[in-house]
Design a protein around this ligand. Structure first.
Ligand code: GRF
Length: 203
């Protein structure tokens, strides 16, 4: 299966996905990386792996729609089966989201539905959470609210700062995202009537 990854920055989750795809048993390969900023560090890394990596600079377009159309053209040419948002910090229009419904997934650094949006680590600490985590979910029109595919939790340790928590959680993200992507590619989870339908494993 063909995977496209959309990034905005360092792309460490993208790198984890690319690394997972190197396993011959992994049911997909990354065929395309797109960044909405030309300085996204992940682009260079993808190119080193021989993956087509495009910077489609949002500043070069007069509107969100025009930028998205350019992204869409490149995406559709690559015919991805699944699109992974990995730190893609730009809101997508409803049209774009609907077009790829059930085929576009995102990783969010909290245990959704807790803490959608930004600053999740500081907010988890401020709330006195003793666990924190990350969620891979289908992308729907409502930000950070799509049906949940998989989650991983970590313990909040005494003395943790938001930075320490972010760093520890990132390692869990790097394990979770490839795992969740594999579930989607294998059909272990599908989006049915706006919900995630998980296949029960054989006993
Ligand atoms: C991750 O924490 C991810 O959960 C969030 O943005 C960050 C992206 O990091 N959506 P990277 O670009 O994958 O390193």
């Amino acid at each position: 299966k063909r995977i496209a990854v959309l990034i905005s920055g360092r792309g460490s989750n993208m790198r984890a996905i690319i690394a997972a795809c190197m396993d011959p048993d992994f049911p997909g390969e990354v065929v395309l990386v797109i960044a909405n900023r030309p300085d996204a560090g992940g682009l260079e890394m993808a190119r080193r792996h021989g993956i087509a990596a495009h910077a489609i600079d949002q500043k070069a377009y007069e509107s969100r729609e025009a930028h998205e159309r350019a992204v869409l053209d490149v995406l559709e040419a690559a015919q991805p089966d699944v699109i992974c948002l990995a730190g893609y910090m730009r809101l997508l229009t409803d049209d774009f989201v609907r077009r790829f419904e059930g085929r576009m997934i995102n990783i969010h650094p909290s245990l959704l539905p807790l803490f959608p949006g930004l600053d999740t680590h500081a907010r988890a600490l401020a709330a006195g959470m003793r666990i924190h985590g990350c969620t891979v979910h289908y992308v729907t029109e409502r930000m950070d609210e799509g049906p949940i595919i998989a989650q991983a939790a970590i313990a909040v340790e005494p003395g943790d700062t938001a930075e320490m928590l972010a760093e520890r959680l990132l390692r869990a993200e790097h394990r979770l995202y490839p795992h969740a992507l594999r579930m989607v590619l294998n059909g272990e989870v599908r989006m049915v009537n706006g919900q995630a339908a998980h296949r029960r494993r054989a006993q």
